[in-house]
Design a protein around this ligand. Structure first.
Ligand code: ADP
Length: 399
């Protein structure tokens, strides 16, 4: 009996999915998605059995995009699904909800908790809530499952989880370091332990991409991470601020005359690497720096300093590391970024092999033979983590 699980990954203007048959050894049946949702012409694609088709379609919102993708999967020429009702479940890499984490069946309680934090995760929660509401209306018999990005970080000890704030804020309002990118860091924890042949390995997982975070992992569990109450904190993100002192806000409100909402929007949309350099994409920033643009150079330097700040902290916390792992679009692809992060760490026993770092493609070790700490590039697989978590929830509910 096939057990087909669709894993949905939503951005503010994108919907990406993968369809797995968990009963056939986690076989990837299809992947696809829609980009530029809301634009006059959205771009969609579907890839099944190694055949990719691209489409230009009108998709005015996420609802239209999801519906379109399901009908493409059920198209008899692909036959990935007999019809959408063949899905055992749809799993969502959900981001944040008020005092709700882990893996949850999507119901009104979960949706309300996500709505309550729409302004804490403004780029993520609104599209997820809209798509979940649509699907629960249109496909009421298919279980929707939210695997929260915060779930992997539930194991972080209190010393690393708490801000120095009145305890009432923690207890009543859930203000603490929740952490994000849980599916990615969980995947890296498992894969790195497997590759190192050491289940108790101490790992620093560096997920560097459009949004970035580091995670310290011991015995397969998160013990610290760089994102906090919201995905706007920690490392500078592509357009989100990263670490920031909230007491700059009254100064900015006075000086610019902007409201708190407008300034929060600036911090969530026009800050981070974009604010520093003027570019959203690390490739453009690297090209700008190569042309001698000072702002691009600064953005790269700030980013590297921030990654090294957390890397140093986590090496102390873990008492050294067995491996440092780079993943995400930047971690997997930027030779210069990996080189800059690992520069001059000989004293810690961390030494890259420059040639391996230059030429690595896909999963690869890039440390020198003399390095005490292994350094790896590992493409992450957040979708398979969500599919497994979704299946576990289905099994538990059935059991
Ligand atoms: P998201 O976090 O949105 O899922 P990704 O993990 O795909 O994003 O990462 C996107 C980032 O990866 C972008 O900033 C992009 O510039 C960067 N990136 C992709 N390819 C390269 C490359 N060859 N060199 C440098 N940066 C790259």
């Amino acid at each position: 009996m096939p057990l087909k699980i669709l894993v949905a990954n939503l951005g503010s203007t994108s919907f990406k999915y993968r369809l797995f048959d968990m009963a056939a050894g986690e076989k990837l049946l299809a992947r696809g998605g829609v980009e530029r949702i809301g634009a006059a012409e959205s771009k969609a694609f579907v890839e099944a059995d190694g055949v990719r088709e691209d489409f230009t379609v009108p998709a005015k919102d996420h609802a239209v995009a999801v519906r379109l993708c399901l009908s493409q999967l059920a198209d008899p020429k692909r036959a990935c699904l007999k019809d959408p009702s063949e899905l055992a479940a749809i799993g969502f890499k959900a981001v944040h909800a008020q005092n709700v984490t882990g893996v949850q069946r999507v119901d009104e309680r979960v949706l309300k908790a996500m709505e309550a934090y729409a302004d804490v995760a403004p780029a993520h929660n609104p599209p997820y809530i809209a798509a979940m509401r649509l699907l629960s209306r249109e496909l009421p018999d298919i279980p929707l499952v939210a695997a929260f990005e915060t779930g992997f970080h539930e194991t972080i000890p209190a010393a690393s989880k708490n801000y120095g704030i009145p305890m009432e804020w923690v207890e009543k309002y859930g203000v603490k370091r929740w952490g994000f990118h849980g599916a990615s860091h969980r995947f890296i924890a498992g894969r790195a332990a497997e590759l190192l042949g050491k289940p108790g390995a101490r790992i620093v997982s560096c997920h560097l991409g459009g949004s970035s975070s580091l995670c310290a992992i011991a015995n397969g569990q998160s013990v610290a991470t760089s994102m906090g109450m919201s995905p706007q904190t920690g490392l500078p993100q592509n357009n989100r601020v990263g670490e920031f002192d909230v007491f700059a806000l009254p100064v900015l409100m006075r000086s610019t005359g902007k409201s708190l909402e407008t300034l929060l929007d600036d911090l969530a949309e026009r800050s981070g690497l974009l604010g520093l350099s003027g570019y959203n994409d690390l490739r453009d920033i690297e090209a700008g720096a190569a042309r001698g643009e000072a702002r691009s150079r600064l953005a790269l330097d700030v980013y590297v300093a921030s990654v090294r700040h957390y890397l140093g902290a986590y090496l102390l916390l873990l008492g050294g590391a067995d491996a440092i792992v780079f993943t995400g679009g930047i971690g997997e692809n930027s030779v210069a970024m990996r080189q800059a992060v690992c520069a001059n760490l000989d004293w810690f026993g961390i030494r890259l092999d420059a040639r391996a770092n230059d030429s690595a493609k896909g999963e690869a070790a890039i440390h020198a033979a003399t390095s005490r700490v292994q350094v790896w590039i590992m493409p992450t697989n957040e979708e398979i983590v969500v599919a497994r978590q979704t299946q576990t929830l289905l099994d538990t509910n059935a059991g």
